[in-house]
Design a protein around this ligand. Structure first.
Ligand code: GRF
Length: 190
């Protein structure tokens, strides 16, 4: 099974997915990284692993339909089966959603539907919630609104700093995302 990762940040989830593939716990291949930020550290990671990388600048296209058409072509020409969003900060529109229905996943650092959108970890911390977590869901046209596939709670202890919470969340993300992807692939094959 062929994956494209869409990421625009540091790429720690991208790394975790590659590690899981190398360890054999995720039976897939990452054939493409798509990134919309030229300076994103994830690009260097993809280069280290020799993964094809497409960096695009949304401003160079007439509109969202135009850049998504280009991304669709990048995916279809490489026979991509699933699109894995990992810190990609743009909403996905119908140009990609329709051909990849139920084949676009996102990971979000909260127990959705709590704290959707940006800054989810900080918001949970500021609200002093005692339990937050991580959600993996199918992507629809909303912001972090698609059907939930799996979630894992993370406890916020009284002594935790915001940075501690972020660390705990990331550790959970890095295990949960490859596991959820693998479970979908297994389902597909059975
Ligand atoms: C993760 O926290 C993910 O939940 C959110 O964006 C962040 C990406 O981090 N959607 P990284 O680039 O994978 O380190």
């Amino acid at each position: 099974i062929n994956l494209a990762v869409f990421a625009s940040g540091t790429g720690s989830n991208f790394d975790a997915i590659i590690q899981a593939i190398e360890e054999g716990t995720l039976e897939a291949r990452v054939s493409l990284l798509i990134c919309d930020k030229i300076e994103a550290p994830v690009i260097e990671k993809a280069q280290e692993y020799n993964i094809d990388t497409v960096v695009f600048n949304a401003k160079c296209y007439e509109d969202k339909v135009a850049y998504e058409r280009a991304l669709l072509h990048d995916c279809q020409s490489r026979d991509i089966d699933y699109i894995i969003l990992a810190g990609f900060m743009r909403l996905i529109g119908p140009t990609l959603l329709e051909p990849y229905e139920h084949r676009i996943l996102n990971i979000h650092p909260s127990l959705l539907p709590a704290f959707p959108g940006k800054g989810a970890i900080g918001q949970a911390f500021d609200k002093q919630v005692k339990v937050t977590g991580v959600t993996v869901h199918f992507v629809d046209n909303g912001m972090d609104t698609g059907p939930i596939i799996d979630q894992e709670p993370v406890r916020i202890d009284p002594a935790d700093t915001r940075a501690d919470v972020q660390k705990k969340i990331q550790a959970v993300e890095h295990k949960l995302y490859p596991r959820v992807i693998q479970s979908l692939l297994v389902k597909e094959e059975s």
